[in-house]
Each structure stands twice: as structure tokens, then as C-alpha cells.
Write a protein that binds this ligand. Structure first.
Ligand code: ADP
Ligand code: ZN
Length: 724
């Protein structure tokens, strides 16, 4: 006989939660995955019936489930993913579930509604031109919202309200976000080149196999990778399954959505932090019910409860923005592969500059490799030249070399477009007192304040602290002696404007263009040729396609090479390759100038020779020698707190209990490069391990042994990308 009131485990989407034990109560029978409402403390929460055996508890302590909700259950593959990610990242399971169900309420109940208006019954009323106009538009365009109708008729909302009251208009409730037309997988894409067709065939086969596989789709910028993975999406849609495309930046989504819609004659669903709450809820619901066939989104789209996922594409897979650095620290590229494995589906990693991790997996034959050898159509690779800044002898606080200025002159005169790239926001990275040399620092961080002249203030790029430029030096009392040192994009734009007063200039950085709309607007201005010189940070490096852009100037090619990041050379190589790839994407040949103080550096020299393969081979050999990823594993532990002595003691205690063993070493503690951040002192420990070491397990045992004071926080970062 089955127990009529069995005990079950329920996982709540809360940051601290592991599954709790409940009685199924009146909701029985319940299956793992069911979404239920349960009492917790004196509140009610939604949760998910979890797998596994409930902990035996005194019967009096066990509460009953309130009800089973009418929502699609959380599928077994997603539950396994949640457990796996929690174990791998050392986070509570509930914190990971929260990423799958960011708005659990959206999954249950009726879809969000909105009121739309139609012409009602004829009624006697005072004639008015405004009312006539409203009724005429309502007849022509039935189903507008009240605001839309008032706007279309150029009347105040009150006019529409009055007509509604009189019955001349009638309202109906409809779902706020209708699943619009579905993408048409039969729609013809562009005719593919032979290489594209081959790559597309292998991706289609991977999707149709309905089995786990990873394919690295590699091809220089503009080679036509997007067209190729669209074929995989078409195959996925033809199989009636959902496809997910991850992008590293929200900035890229609008262009991608537009392009997708052109290709498949219907929109994809967007998912990122900027979409409205109502739309998020509707999207989540559509995803869970299989009504959203294609989702294009940021890394957080990875964990959503798709009802039948058939394909994951990770575009620009090498991009470090896939690493989430707060809360549950994870790399969405890596977790996409894990999800694909759990779901038994195809994963495509696309990049012009693949990560060494992915290339290594290709070499080990874990990933398939589809390569597009050249640019699509006529576009040739740009000519890349190094400007040796040691020979340029620029006056102080000037940043554009004579070589670059001459090239700009030529480009602008020819009616073509140029881009100046500098990966630094603001006006100047350092402000110091001309009298005593005092540097203006953030009060909360060990970091310089960055001047943002546009906004008339200084900002800390780590904690967000803002202040005005003081008049008096806090150290020596000298008045108005502050000097801006070094360039940011604003200052570069100023210099370019003084040299080219007639050129139309624009600055694009994450603080001047930070919504998808602003970014699309900037891209549209560029496409309409309303900009001659675009000055930007890495936000301009990615994905955009500007046919008339023929010159790219990299102001400080050495910028990313300093510091203790083991991936510094790889990243600089990727970023500069991407930036260089912006030049000459259409018929016109492109030119790239790299300003460098270190032109002999292997990264810079390899770029100029277009020798990615050579650079990668050398970098792989170096990583292997040093036991660094992808040949070894890393994990970072950051211990932080407001009391420096307490933090140092805690870090030392961690180090003393550090695990030992073959293929395992623990480095540190050492003060983090950003030693003081947001008012907290930070100490780092780094675990270095051979590939066959189960690092999360080692860490769990280690951390379990040491109880830290409540005021000291410990953050675990498996496979760290940030070494600050
Ligand atoms: P990638 O994703 O590799 O950077 P894209 O897919 O964006 O490259 O292609 C670069 C440009 O070439 C785009 O404008 C795209 O529309 C065009 N293109 C790519 N493949 C084809 C094709 N087979 N026929 C015509 N145009 C193509
Ligand atoms: Zn700060």
C-alpha cells in the first residue's frame, strides 16, 4: 500500500536553501519537478518537489504542502543541472534554482493581461472632431491599447476614457504578450558558400542526432558563422524543439533580434536584465510552456525552464562576460556545455577567436570543429601595422601618433569611417595634484578615481563612488592644481575633435550607451554615415558590422597585457583581433594601426602577422608548462571584511588548513590586487590543481573544516577569470 501522506523534499528558490522536508498532504500524489506552494516560517512560498530521500524529522515539525500549482513541472534534466551546478560552484541548491525560476509566480496562474479597445455600439453623443478621429482609428486599427489609441489620434487619454464610458468604445482583455507568429524554419537563408554549407550540414546533423555534442564553430569575424548556426536553429525548429542563443553583451541583442527576424520572418524572445518585469514574466511563462521557440539572451537565459530545449548556441564563446562574478559565480559558456550534456542535445560554441579551453577540447577530440576559412564574399582581412610609440615622441598628454593622425586624415577625406579603440571609460584614469603629486583615490577602494568630464565628476569604476573634483588638494592644500593623467575615451575624442574639427565624432562606452536602445541608435547613426570617427571602449569591438569602416586605430594595444591574469595575453589577442576585424568588412579594404610601446611582445607581433595559430601554439605551450588552464585547474578564494587584522587572520587560518596532495597546491594568502574594495579588505588564496583533481570536493572538505567569524566573507570562484 502506498502511503497516503508521504514525506517529500521541496526546494525553494532562495539563496540559502537546501531542500526542506514537507508532507504531501492534500496535494498528494506529487512527483519530483512539480511546482508547489508551501508554508515557510510565517510566509508562503513557491518551491519545486525535489528528488532524493527526505530527512526524517519529528512529525510535529513537518508542515504540509498547501497545493500543487498548475504549471509545467521542472524537468529532470534541469533538476540534475541545478544539483550539479550547486555542487560544482559550492552554492546552496536554492540559489541555483533561483536562476532557473527568477519569477516563480510567473509560471503559475493566468498570463498577464492587457486591455485593448474596439469600436462599440453606436451611441448618441455630442459630435466632436476628436471623438470622430478616435473612433475612426479604432475602426481602422482594432485592438490598440488606450494609450496607443489616444496617441494615434493625437487626443488626451481623457477623450478615450469618455468614449469607453459612453460605450462608443469597448474593451477586451487579451494576453499582454501574445506569442506572435512563430519563426518559419522553412524560410530560405542566404545561399551558403561551400565551407558554410559543410559546417551547416554538420551542425544540422548534430541537432538531428538528439544527443549530446559540442561543436566549436570557428571562423574569422565576418566569415558567416551566424548564417551557419541559423541553419542549426532551423533544424531545431523543424524538430519542434526550442533553441537558445547566448550572447555576451546586452548591447548585441537588438542587432541579433533584428537579424533573426529577417531570417525567420518572426521575432525571437529576448532575455536580459533590461527587459521590463511584465515582459520577463511573460517570457518565462512562454519558455516553460514551449511557446517561446527561440530565445536570444544574456548568460542568465541559460538556466530558464525550457520545456523542450534542442540546441544551445554560445556566440563569442571566448568572451569573459560569460563569467558571472557575483552571487552564484559561474561561466555560462561552460555551464551551457553542462546543460547540453544533461539534456542530451547539441551545443555550438561560435567564435572568431576561440578560448584556449575550447581549442584544447577540440584537440582532445571532445568537441567537434567546424571551421570557416575565409571571410564571406569579397572582404579581405585588414592590413595591420604597428606604430612604435617609443619612436613617436608625442608631447605630454597627447595620445594620437602622427601615423594614426595621417591615416585618419586620409580616411575622413575619402568619406569613409574610422574607429578609435581604447578600453578605458571616462576622461582620464588618474587625477593628481600638480603641487604635491597626491593622487585622488576612492575612499572605499584601493583604486584611483576616474574623471568623467561629461558628467563633471570623478568616479570609482569598482564601487561606483562619485564625487566632484575638489578645488583644494586634500594633501597639501594647493588650489586648482589638479592634472588629468592618461587617456580615457572622452579625452581621446577631445584630441580627435581638435585635430579634425569638421569630422562628426561620437563616443561609445558603457556609460554613454548602456541601454539596448541607445546602442542600436548609435549603431544606426554609424550605418547612416552620420559619424565619421567613432571613439569607443570594448563595447565597439564586438559583433557590429559597419560596411564603410575602413580604419581602426588601437590607442594602447599594450593595455590588457599587464597584471597577474594568466589569460592576459590570450584576452588581449582576442580583443584586438575582434577590434581589428571591424575594419573593412565590405568591399573596401581595411587598415588597422596598433599603437604600442612594446611592439616586440608576442601578442602584438602575432597580430601584425595575422598569425593567430602561431600565437595560440606558443600560448598553449606556455600554459602547459605552467600547469595553467586548460591543462590544470584553478580556484580562487577571496576572504574579505571590514577589519583588516581579522581578515588576515582568517586567510591565514584557511592557509594553515589548506589541503595537500599530489597535483595540488594552494598559493597565498596574499593581499588581492584590489586590496580594499567597497570598504572591505581582501585576501586571496589560489588553488592550483592537476586536471584529474576533483577541485569542488577538495574545497568543500577544506571549507567545511574552518569556521570564519561572521563578519568575514568567503567567496569561492571555481575557474576564476578575474584576478583582482
Ligand atoms: P560572423 O558571424 O562570422 O561574424 P556573419 O554571419 O555575421 O559572420 O556574416 C558577415 C556578413 O556576411 C553579414 O553581413 C552576413 O549577412 C554576410 N553573409 C554571411 N554569409 C553569407 C552568405 N552565404 N551569403 C550572403 N551574405 C552572407
Ligand atoms: Zn571605490
Amino acid at each position: 500500500m502506498t502511503n497516503p501522506d508521504p514525506l517529500i523534499r521541496v526546494l525553494l528558490p532562495l539563496p540559502l536553501a537546501e531542500p526542506f522536508t514537507y508532507r504531501a498532504g492534500a496535494a498528494a500524489p506529487l512527483q519530483p519537478g512539480d511546482i508547489v506552494e508551501v508554508p515557510i516560517g510565517n510566509r508562503v512560498s513557491l518551491g519545486v518537489v525535489w528528488d532524493g530521500t527526505p530527512e526524517p524529522l519529528p512529525a510535529a515539525k513537518i508542515k504540509a504542502v498547501i497545493r500543487r500549482c498548475d504549471a509545467p513541472p521542472v524537468a529532470p534534466a534541469l533538476r540534475r543541472l541545478v544539483d550539479w551546478v550547486a555542487g560544482y560552484t559550492l552554492n546552496p541548491t536554492g540559489a541555483v534554482l533561483k536562476m532557473c525560476l527568477p519569477e516563480p509566480r510567473a509560471l503559475i496562474g493566468a498570463p498577464p493581461q492587457r486591455q485593448v479597445l474596439f469600436v462599440g455600439a453606436p451611441v448618441e453623443m455630442r459630435p466632436s472632431a476628436q471623438r470622430d478621429r478616435v473612433l475612426q482609428i479604432a475602426a481602422e486599427q482594432p485592438g490598440l491599447g488606450a494609450g496607443e489609441l489616444a496617441e494615434a489620434a493625437a487626443v488626451s487619454p481623457a477623450v478615450v476614457r469618455k468614449l469607453l464610458e459612453l460605450g462608443a468604445l469597448r474593451a477586451e482583455s487579451v494576453p499582454a504578450f501574445r506569442p506572435s507568429a512563430q519563426p518559419d524554419w522553412r524560410a530560405e537563408g542566404r545561399p551558403l558558400s561551400t565551407a558554410q554549407a559543410e559546417a551547416a550540414a554538420s551542425l544540422r546533423a548534430a541537432v538531428e542526432a538528439r544527443d549530446f555534442s559540442v561543436t566549436l564553430l570557428e571562423g574569422v569575424t565576418g566569415a558567416g558563422k551566424t548564417e551557419v548556426y541559423y541553419e542549426a536553429i532551423a533544424a531545431c525548429l523543424a524538430a519542434g524543439r526550442q533553441a537558445l542563443v547566448l550572447l555576451p553583451e546586452i548591447a548585441l541583442t537588438q542587432q541579433s533580434l533584428d537579424r533573426f527576424e529577417q531570417r525567420f520572418h518572426a521575432p525571437a524572445w529576448a532575455w536580459h536584465s533590461e527587459i521590463s518585469e511584465a515582459r520577463r514574466a511573460a517570457t518565462l511563462r512562454a519558455i516553460s510552456r514551449g511557446e517561446a521557440h527561440v530565445v536570444i539572451g544574456a548568460r542568465s537565459a541559460l538556466f530558464l525552464p525550457y520545456s523542450d530545449l534542442g540546441l544551445i548556441v554560445v556566440d563569442e564563446e571566448h568572451d569573459a562576460s560569460y563569467k558571472q562574478e557575483e552571487g552564484v559565480i559561474y561561466n555560462a559558456r561552460d555551464m551551457a556545455v553542462v546543460r547540453a550534456k544533461m539534456e542530451g542535445i547539441a551545443c555550438v560554441l561560435a567564435s572568431a577567436t576561440p578560448s584556449l579551453e575550447s581549442l584544447h577540447n577540440v584537440a582532445r577530440r571532445r568537441y567537434a570543429h567546424a571551421v570557416l576559412p575565409e571571410r564571406h564574399g569579397a572582404a579581405a582581412l585588414p592590413q595591420i601595422d604597428i606604430v612604435d610609440m617609443r619612436k613617436e615622441r608625442l608631447p605630454a598628454q597627447r595620445f594620437l601618433s602622427s601615423t594614426l593622425v595621417a591615416a585618419l586624415e586620409e580616411t575622413v577625406t575619402a568619406g569613409e569611417q574610422a574607429m578609435l579603440f581604447l578600453n578605458r571609460r571616462g576622461y582620464a584614469p588618474l587625477t593628481l595634484c600638480g603641487a604635491c603629486g597626491h593622487r585622488l583615490n576612492c575612499p572605499n577602494c584601493s583604486a584611483w578615481l576616474v574623471e568623467h568630464r561629461r558628467h563633471g565628476r570623478l568616479e570609482c569604476h569598482h564601487c561606483g563612488h562619485q564625487q566632484r573634483l575638489p578645488q583644494v588638494c586634500p594633501s597639501c592644500g594647493a588650489e586648482d592644481r589638479f592634472k588629468a593623467c592618461g587617456p580615457g575615451v572622452e579625452r581621446l575624442a577631445e584630441e580627435a575633435a581638435s585635430l579634425f574639427p569638421d569630422a562628426r565624432l561620437a563616443v561609445m562606452a558603457s556609460d554613454t550607451a548602456n541601454t539596448p536602445q541607445q546602442i542600436s541608435e548609435m549603431i544606426a547613426r554609424m550605418e547612416r554615415r552620420e559619424i565619421d570617427i567613432l571613439v569607443g571602449t570594448q563595447i565597439v569591438a564586438k559583433g557590429h558590422h559597419f560596411p564603410l569602416l575602413t580604419l581602426v586605430g588601437v590607442i594602447d594595444a599594450d593595455l590588457g597585457l599587464a597584471g597577474g591574469d594568466p589569460r592576459a595575453a590570450e584576452r588581449t589577442h582576442q580583443l584586438l583581433t575582434q577590434v581589428a576585424g571591424r575594419a573593412g568588412r565590405a568591399e573596401r579594404p581595411g587598415r588597422v594601426l596598433l599603437q604600442s610601446f612594446n611592439p616586440g611582445h608576442p601578442v602584438i607581433a602575432a597580430l601584425a602577422r595575422h598569425d593567430s595559430a602561431g600565437f595560440i601554439a606558443a600560448e598553449m605551450a606556455e600554459r602547459q608548462r605552467a600547469g595553467m588552464p586548460p591543462f590544470g585547474r584553478l580556484a580562487a578564494i577571496v576572504v574579505s571584511g571590514a577589519d583588516q587584522a581579522q581578515v588576515e587572520a582568517a586567510a591565514r587560518a584557511m592557509a594553515q588548513a589548506a589541503p595537500r596532495g599530489p597535483g595540488l597546491s594552494v598559493l597565498g594568502p596574499a593581499p588581492a590586487p584590489l586590496h580594499y574594495l567597497r570598504g572591505r579588505f581582501r585576501e586571496r588564496l589560489l588553488v592550483k590543481a592537476a586536471r584529474d583533481v576533483d577541485v569542488p570536493k577538495v574545497l568543500r572538505e577544506w571549507i567545511g573544516k574552518i569556521k570564519l567569524p561572521a563578519a568575514v566573507k568567503r567567496a569561492v570562484d571555481i575557474d576564476p577569470y578575474s584576478f583582482l
